[in-house]
Design a protein around this ligand. Structure first.
Ligand code: NAI
Length: 422
């Protein structure tokens, strides 16, 4: 029996079309790994609960985990990123889904609890909410060994778990999949980088000639700056890390504090994982240029201070789907994308399938790794083994028909030794 609560089961046919498109662009997880999993069944008897963006790519991950023998439960990791058609299609395939677009905070946690009630053995999180809920509300799953290992998909979640681990509060083995090279150098840099086009989807705006302020110069934000520049924008970067700021400066961007950048910005896009990147004060709001577009691509809706902007505005008008016009007390109008939530997931479909192929290949292989090594895993953060990271890289290259060199024994000894000099 499939357990589920989705917006509308009748949307399944449309969802199947989306899954069909994703499938052809995800050869590593959808073909190579799934074929092996179908034969070897490494996940037999295992229940996996994922708190992930419910997109067509997550559907491909669910199919592969199921092919490997797992019972799969899914809930959405963000109230606005769930694609209702995909959720409906997954239910028809026997995936237990608790997710619908636009759920409230209370409903969001209800969905997480429904997944945890299934006694999952592996948790795959995106933002830490499910695993933190397991610690707080379902401690028996951890104490009695039901949960054998967990994975975290995004930077913000990894930071929360590092803080938990440092204070001794993390009670499960936790693999920060986000930190694997095959994840953050592609998903964050390319996927989120390309996500700036969500501002185009939202407002149908031309980047060329505009001043675009990108907050942060990390994995996501450096990709966003590159693509904004490629579209002809004058890019300004704001940072708090001196080395990242230097990198941005030497790459050719303007670098300045946010307060100096605000009056010139036509578009401001954040992806820092920090809060109040635009400080939530009247003084700062007054500095904003009329007509500015504000968008966030970081995990939570507090980088662009959404709550405070709503409170300050005297009028809020929906102008397009998921875009609001905020009219300030002095009559100035600013435009907020996606209620300050991940604009690339809300206004478009999230990362292209090609990059999610790698992120979810890692999640699949790590699920298998957790099962194989369940007896030796200890509570705390454990890096994704470099062999698995490299394996995903090679599988992706193979799928793309790209061949590379391998080290000869002599070369290997040279770069790993110290004897040979000039
Ligand atoms: P990162 O750690 O590589 O980069 C963040 C950068 O922001 C750092 O260089 C940091 O110094 C800078 N920063 C921090 N506070 C700042 C502030 N107040 N002002 C200016 N700069 C500041 O992190 P990454 O991987 O780029 O992730 C950033 C955020 O994006 C996280 O919340 C992550 O979870 C999220 N994310 C979103 C995705 C999406 O689909 N939209 C996909 C992947 C990650």
């Amino acid at each position: 029996m499939v357990n589920y609560k989705v917006a509308d089961e009748k949307l399944a046919e449309k969802g199947k079309e989306a899954l069909y498109i994703a499938e052809s662009k995800m050869p590593v997880i959808g073909d190579v790994i799934r074929k092996r999993f179908s034969v070897e069944k490494p996940l037999i008897g295992i229940t996996i609960a994922g708190c992930l963006h419910i997109t067509k790519e997550t559907g491909i991950l669910a199919r592969t985990l199921k092919a490997g023998g797992a019972e799969v439960y899914l809930c959405g990791s963000n109230p606005l990123s769930t694609q209702d058609d995909v959720a409906a299609a997954m239910v028809q395939e026997g995936i237990n889904v608790f997710a619908w677009h636009g759920n409230t905070d209370e409903e969001f946690y209800w969905c997480i609890r429904e997944c945890l009630k299934a006694n999952p053995n592996i948790l795959i999180d995106d933002g830490a909410d499910m695993i933190v809920t397991a610690h707080n509300e379902f401690p028996e799953l951890i104490e009695n060994g039901t949960i054998i290992g967990c994975q975290e998909e995004t930077t913000t979640g990894v930071k929360r778990f590092r803080a938990m681990d440092n204070s001794g509060a993390l009670k499960v083995p936790l693999f920060p999949v986000n930190d694997a090279r095959c994840k953050n150098q592609f998903d964050n840099e390319l996927g989120t980088g390309q996500g700036i086009v969500s501002a185009i989807y939202g407002m149908h705006v031309l980047f060329a000639g505009k001043t675009v302020v990108i907050a942060g110069f990390g994995h996501c934000s450096s990709g966003m700056a590159l693509r904004a520049q490629g579209l002809g924008a004058n890019v300004t970067v704001t940072e708090v890390d001196p080395i990242k700021a230097l990198q941005a400066k030497f790459t050719g961007y303007n670098v300045m504090p946010i307060k100096e950048a605000l009056p010139h910005a036509d578009i401001i896009l954040t992806a820092t994982g920090c809060k109040h990147v635009i400080p939530p004060t009247k003084e700062m709001f007054e500095l904003l240029k009329g007509g500015v577009i504000l968008g966030n691509l970081g995990h939570f809706d507090i980088e662009v201070p959404t709550k405070e902007l709503y409170e300050y505005a005297k009028e809020i008008n929906p102008v397009r789907k998921d875009v609001e016009e905020l009219i300030f007390p002095d009559g100035k109008k600013v435009y907020l994308l996606a209620k300050g939530r991940l604009a690339n997931l809300v206004l478009s479909e999230g990362h292209p399938s090609e990059v999610m192929d790698m992120s979810f290949a890692l999640q699949s292989l790590m699920s298998e790794y957790i099962v194989k090594n369940r007896d030796s895993l200890k509570a705390g953060m454990v890096d994704v083994p470099v062999e698995i990271d490299n394996q995903v890289g090679l599988l992706k290259l193979n799928a793309m028909g790209v061949k590379i060199d391998t080290l000869t024994k002599e070369q290997y000894n040279y770069i790993h030794g110290y004897e040979e000099g000039t």
